[in-house]
Design a protein around this ligand. Structure first.
Ligand code: ATP
Length: 281
């Protein structure tokens, strides 16, 4: 089925000024359409519209509790929106009721979508009883149905890419936090996702281990193929890696644009205040 191409970010010319991506005609890989999310009386996300282009690196910054993780969890289908839709490659993630008519999401596509999104959280959640190699081979074997040899070949390559070739026979308990997180990254990448979500991947690490993980993510980002949504409190990292920064506050995108603009010429007072806290450190 052909999906009409559209010029992304052109609905509101005030958004993403200077953004290179705007000049290109691309079908977004991820589209949030007027997404709201509430937990009881607490409205955590308010009418979010967001399109991410294939290969685009988007960083979410903002105060604690502003809704960044919730936005990522919705894409992983770990949560359902209260209203609005999310589409991945033009297919929506949930059934929708429009004018009392139920429009069903395509279950087969939903399954594919989940396989196309990799996620790395703050906590690594490795299987403690399996070697590093087995940890990375597990999903290619069980989800993709690859043979043992194929899964092993892929996993070994991935572990090489994150600098852990020498640790393939070790168990998670024998690794540092930074190494564990690099295994978690390899485990997500081995599935060859089209979109990678990183939710504060370094915030549970000792400060001296943060750099090695950020370097690995930067290297992956520079390869260019995957779209990335990065939730981070590391401003220099966001500046280096992202094509576009979204500043979130109280469930809304307050300001967005290329890193240069966001960090050098923030427009809104809220963003200026937020950034001044980091500059003081
Ligand atoms: N399952 C839940 N039930 C109730 N409230 C929730 C739930 N998950 C998140 N919240 C609330 O939603 C708000 C947004 O949380 P979220 O984790 O998305 O923010 P965040 O911007 O990622 O914060 P941080 O930077 O601290 O991780 C918070 O007030 C949080 O307490």
């Amino acid at each position: 089925m052909s999906v009409p191409l559209k010029l992304i970010y052109n609905e509101d010319p005030t958004k993403n000024i200077d953004c290179e991506v705007r000049k290109n005609i691309v079908r977004p890989i991820v589209t949030y359409n007027n997404i709201s999310k509430s937990y009881g009386d607490l409205q955590v996300l308010k009418n979010i519209d967001l399109e991410i282009a294939p290969g685009e690196k988007v960083a979410l910054i903002g105060p604690s509790g502003s809704g960044k993780t919730t936005l990522a969890r919705l894409l992983m289908t770990l949560e359902e929106p209260t209203s609005g839709t999310i589409e991945v490659e033009g297919e929506m993630l949930w059934h929708q009721r429009v004018n009392d008519k139920l429009i069903k999401a395509n279950e087969k596509h939903l399954h594919q979508v989940r396989g196309n999104i990799g996620m790395v959280f703050q906590h690594f959640n490795l299987f403690p009883h399996m070697t590093i190699l087995r940890n990375v081979m597990e999903a290619p074997r069980n989800v993709l149905g690859l043979s043992k040899e194929e899964a092993k070949e892929r996993a070994v390559k991935m572990l090489e890419q994150v600098g852990l070739s020498s640790k393939i026979d070790a168990y998670p308990a024998q690794l540092s936090g930074g190494q564990k997180q690099r295994v978690a990254i390899a485990r997500a990448l081995v599935m060859r996702p089209k979109v990678m979500l990183f939710d504060e991947p370094t915030s549970a690490l000792d400060p001296e281990l943060v750099g090695e993980v950020l370097e690995v993510i930067k290297a992956i980002a520079s390869e260019g193929e995957m779209a990335m949504l990065l939730i981070t409190h590391e401003m220099d990292f966001a500046k280096d890696v992202a094509d576009r920064i979204l500043f979130f506050d109280q469930g809304r995108i307050i300001e967005q644009g290329p890193p240069k603009k966001i960090f050098n010429n923030p427009e809104s007072e809220r963003l200026q205040t937020f950034l001044s806290r980091f500059n003081r450190h």
